[in-house]
Design a binder for this molecule. Sequence first.
Ligand code: OKP
Ligand code: ZN
Length: 343
Amino acid sequence: MKTFFSEDHRLHFPQAELSGGEFVTPFERPSRVEYIRNRLISRGLGAIEDPGPVDMDPVQTLLDPGYLRFLETAWADWKAAGMAGEIIAANVPARGMHMDRVPDFIDGKVGYYCHASETAMTAGTWAAAQSSMASAQAAVRQVIGGARSAFALCRPPGHHATRDQYGGYCFLNNAAVAAQMLRDGGAARVAILDIDFHHGNGTQDIFYDRGDVPFASLHGAPQDTYPYYIGYADETGRGAGEGANLNLPMPPGTPYSTWSEALDSAIARIAGWGAEALVVSLGVDAYRDDPISFFKLDSDDFTDAGARIGRMDLPTVHVMEGGYAIEAVGINTVNVLEGFLGR
Ligand code: OKP
Ligand code: ZN
């Protein structure tokens, strides 16, 4: 299996994440993907290639053009306004306010286009987010070209980003664009299976009204963890998308025995949806030692999970999402891929 990876991920490394009322070094840090890359090499999983430039056409079509312009110009606007630090949203439109009027001043604009203020932006964030998207796109081209699977080693991650909001460490929804590109490449139905610990709210939202890109997610129950306000089991899709959204929230302490049953039911639903291709939002923060999560998977469990996903026997694009137990992130991620390949 080929991996696509861009060194430009390093351009995104804020100093600060707002966590528990303190500024801490972000959990989503550059070394995460270095551990994954090293593990891919030591396990001989296959070539690792630079993806080349991003193709903004499918991104522009699926996401909000105003949001993309904001991401492109935010840092220059922020500095031009005399802001001293990194971009952090301090104001967001709340209940009872206008949700549809974009402010002119950058401080207000930042909040309009943000849903979670833990996530800071810096000078290189836009370039890094585009390079992450480029890896997802190169992996899609690989699979459209006939490969059974490919791995997009994306950083920053994407599944929390909606059409027009960033947050949860995510700016551009790589998995969503990958799925749309597989659709455009001829697959009539493309399922997205999100095994990251956190609910893929952005992906769900982007496809909520559509039946052609069904979405299944295993995640920490929103009562107890980010993204808090979405990810409940009764969110089943709308209109043409009714029945094409499956949320499987689980409580703190969930072990693999429970999680793997949920995975099997997601897999059964994906088969029932008649998917012709699959995008896996591959987060490994369900790991027992993850610092911001509460499931109890062991490293070996990720191999078993990958094997179950592989037995679906679909053309598959793996898109990297979260995983913050830095030293185990490489092992756990590559375990999923090795399980998938039946190694
Ligand atoms: C991104 B992905 C830590 C709270 C973190 C945001 C989590 C984003 C996870 N103090 N809240 O889904 O792995
Ligand atoms: Zn996560």
